[in-house]
Design a protein around this ligand. Structure first.
Ligand code: G6P
Length: 580
């Protein structure tokens, strides 16, 4: 989702903003822009396209000045165009603003501003902010008061940074339901939509809370509530290093992040779950809420709770549907799983829940989810830059196993993951056959069901191949009608007691002309397959899900690369989705 970066200090702002926008590319975007102020000269350069193209085409480097703001936009209101790119200005060209989120009352504000003679240059909701500030500057004695009045008039979600000739040394910041952090430097300060854009410069961060305003200049950071009552900023230190946020010689972040997973197992198992274990013991009813890949981790969590912990009644919910499916229930223990900690659907579900006991499982310290939960468990997976979640998914599974079984399985899981990372070449070869199919079903049962869902999501996310995951036994209740020659089914087939039933499902597909692919350690599956990979180590039945994590990620990765797609930046998708 949109990225924000701001700088005030002694260095060239345009360089820092451009570098920061590159670091934020992983979030997904369609246009970029910067505004730099030099004395009374405010210049905005922006366009649709990628950071490298727009920054060179629009000569970002020719802007001098040591205060500025930069933005990467993922279109919501208004199409992808130069005019709709941020920063937006006012009627006089004296103000520049960047905004993430959605201003829900923008039409009302816009009509009122239009009636006062304001001229709008874009179709965005965001542009009302600069015009409203322009208007308020005329009415209120200081730019800070004008800013707080502007912010107070907004409904919806926002992370906003504003630059104005009226206060040429200051950046004005505000946040509600959209992340914004301040990075503290020496003789310079920064702000961004997430830590990763600033790790080259600082480890000390202030995370703005909802309905807070901040001002930063080169030497100071001031924090206020909306009524401008000063607040004491409390800084946290982020221990992610820059290297973990770099590609380190790999062609893509995704493959780097897949291959570093053996270490992720150890890091995730070091998570502190001590405060949560008593809650897990105590509560019978458990609601798990998540989206996308995190939902698949949640699905495995719910299966394990129901099947292996007696007296537990666990349900997993797609976050965006939580409010539609249950009444608020204060007797349920809530687990919210989100690697970013900023997924709007998850945050909204947490706000809806009346339970006083909410646990989040997240990779991001200080993220919004941690503020909405009574307990936080950190994944310790380090920064994940590829849009498609890989190592954070594994870390989620590890934390779930730690919650349920302690450290008992840590070493076996690590060995399984390590062994799977060595199968790259075989999976690359396998992927060449997969991508020749126009439709790919992922079929699995039992504990491997969530892995089938995740493997299919990963494949469609980054290779754009049409794929769908099913519980293998459900296929015959309708979807089997789609099976014919040219349709392919990939079976996740561990040698478990359930294997006979899965084998029957394989025969059903085969009898109808479907092409059979298997990932299996079971010879009978192998002999019935058009193509089979024997890369699933025999293991404790409880651990079979881990056998498929890396192979399915590699399958998606190599399919994407073979199809000439950049797996790190799938079209239309964003890493952290901050709108509902
Ligand atoms: C987006 C990403 C998915 C991710 C989902 C949930 O849709 O593209 O890859 O799984 O958000 O993200 P979260 O940060 O809540 O785990």
């Amino acid at each position: 989702m949109c990225g924000i970066i701001g700088y005030v200090g002694h260095r060239s702002a345009s360089k820092i903003l451009t570098d920061g926008l590159k670091c934020l590319e992983y979030r997904g975007y369609d246009s970029v822009g910067i505004a730099v102020l030099n004395g009374q000269n405010l210049e905005i350069r922006k366009d649709k396209g990628m950071v490298a193209d727009v920054s060179s085409g629009s000569r970002f480097d020719s802007l001098s000045g040591s205060i500025g703001i930069g933005h990467s936009r993922w279109a919501t209101h208004g199409g992808v165009s130069k005019e709709n790119s941020h920063p937006h200005s006012d009627c006089t060209g004296s103000i520049a603003i960047i905004h993430n989120g959605v201003i829900e009352n923008y039409q009302e504000l816009k009509s009122s501003l239009l009636s006062k003679g304001h001229k709008f240059a874009s179709q965005t909701d965001s542009e009302v902010v600069s015009h409203l500030f322009e208007e308020n500057l005329k009415q209120f004695p200081t730019p800070l008061i004008a800013f707080s009045k502007t912010i107070s008039a907004l409904e919806g979600s926002y992370a906003i940074v504003l630059l104005s000739k009226s206060s040429p040394d200051v950046l004005f910041l505000a946040r509600k339901n959209s992340p914004l952090v301040v990075g503290k430097g020496a003789g310079e300060n920064f702000c961004a939509s997430d830590f990763s854009a600033l790790l080259t410069y600082t480890r000390e961060f202030l995370v703005l809370e909802d309905s807070q305003i901040a001002t930063i200049d080169r030497d100071s950071i001031a924090l206020y509530d909306l009524l401008l009552t000063p607040k004491t900023p409390s800084f946290l230190t982020i221990d992610w290093d820059v290297q973990t946020a770099e590609r380190s010689g790999h062609p893509h972040f995704m493959i780097k992040e897949i291959l570093e997973q053996p270490d992720v197992v150890s890091a995730a198992f070091s998570a502190d779950v001590s405060q949560v274990l008593p809650l897990l013991e105590k509560f019978e009813k458990i609601h798990i809420i998540a989206s996308g890949t995190s939902y698949h981790a949640g699905l495995l969590f719910s299966i394990l709770l129901n099947k292996y912990k007696s007296g537990k009644f666990a349900n997993v919910f797609i976050a965006s549907e939580y409010q539609n499916q249950v009444l608020p229930d204060s007797n349920a223990l809530i687990f919210a799983i989100s690697q970013s900690g900023e997924t709007a659907d998850v945050l909204q579900a947490l706000r809806y829940s009346t339970s006083p006991h909410k646990v989040c499982i997240t990779n991001t310290q200080g993220s919004s989810i941690t503020r909405l939960c009574s307990h936080s468990i950190y994944l310790n997976a380090g920064p994940e830059s590829s849009v498609a979640a890989t190592k954070t998914f594994l870390a989620q599974l590890c934390v779930i196993y730690k919650l349920l079984f302690g450290d008992r399985y840590r070493d076996s899981i690590r060995s399984t993951i390590l062994a799977s990372t060595k199968h790259s070449a075989k999976i690359q070869e396998f992927s060449k056959s997969i991508i020749t199919n126009r439709f790919i079903f992922f079929l699995s049962r039992g504990l491997c069901l969530p892995l089938g869902f995740e493997g299919s999501l990963k494949l469609k996310e980054i290779s754009y191949l049409h794929s769908q995951a099913y519980p293998a036994g459900e296929l015959k209740h309708g979807t089997l009608s789609l099976i014919e020659k040219g349709v392919c089914a990939l079976f996740l087939a561990p040698k478990t007691p359930d294997a006979t039933k899965l084998f029957g499902n394989l025969k059903e597909v085969k009898a109808r002309g479907g092409t059979i692919f298997t990932l299996t350690d079971d010879p009978s599956f192998k002999s019935e397959s058009d193509m089979s990979l024997d890369i699933v180590p025999q293991t404790d039945p409880l651990l079979y899900p881990f056998s498929f994590v890396v192979p399915l990620q590699l399958l998606a990765y190599y399919s994407s690369v073979s199809l000439g797609i950049n797996p790190d930046r799938p079209r239309n998708l964003a890493k952290s989705v901050t709108v509902e």
